[in-house]
Design a protein around this ligand. Sequence first.
Ligand SMILES: Nc1ncnc2c1ncn2[C@@H]1O[C@H](COP(=O)(O)OP(=O)(O)O)[C@@H](O)[C@H]1O
Ligand SMILES: [Mg+2]
Length: 258
Amino acid sequence: MIQETTTIAPAPISKTNSPVIEIKELYKSFGKNEVLKGVTFSVNKGENLVVLGKSGSGKSITIKCLVGLVVADEGEINVFGTDITKIDIAELNEIRVRIGFLFQNAALYDSMSVRENLGFTLKRHAKDLSAEELENQIKDVLESVGLAEAIDKMPSELSGGMRKRIGLARTLILKPEIILYDEPTTGLDTITSREISELLLEIQKKHKTSSIIITHDMACAKHTADRLVILKDGVIHTEGTYEELEKSDDEWVRSFFI
Ligand SMILES: Nc1ncnc2c1ncn2[C@@H]1O[C@H](COP(=O)(O)OP(=O)(O)O)[C@@H](O)[C@H]1O
Ligand SMILES: [Mg+2]
């Protein structure tokens, strides 16, 4: 996991037009496979930006570049005003700790209870916490994801939706200012997906986070997006609100909304 840590001043409240992420002309190829060919977009403070695109269009690669898990070939990636392509690993780590990443198939440790899973993550990043403080933070974050009662459960006792919530709790416990969600509702049934989408909105409100949400789930997109971008052929093909894109003149864009 890429994220972390402890005492960060709360971000200002409202959605403003000051970007926390600005990606400019991003290029990434794997051999002859030119995946990103000049991707440009930004995420404003407090905003949920949904990224749509067909499978293999480079959505996951884009957010991996954003946290330095994948090194871009060319382009600028400004996070909190710093171009992370131009800094050393120590500086990169300082920025990374402010970013939470919910991976597509984020797994919990099967042999640990929910409390231990969350405690393990927190202790790695906040070594000086007292046992009491640790317990309080675990309880708080479980409240946030609506699973206070699951603290003593083992992962095998949890449903898919509950595991997803605990995965999210593990991301949240490090108090990220930005959260990157890669397909947060994939593999969940319609009702559970809806609950997770609702939770994403609650997190945005309660924790004042800014987010990129990659999804195929149009119900999730509709529910959570302040704005959407669509990746096609290595560039951002379209950008707008759900209502705007749903009524697009471009048939290909509309095809996402059927
Ligand atoms: N580590 C890698 N090595 C080679 N090719 C990769 C690697 N990671 C991703 N790709 C390729 O990059 C393209 C975009 O992948 P990805 O960003 O995962 O797509 P998606 O939009 O489905 O998330 C795909 O063609 C994939 O095969
Ligand atoms: Mg992907």
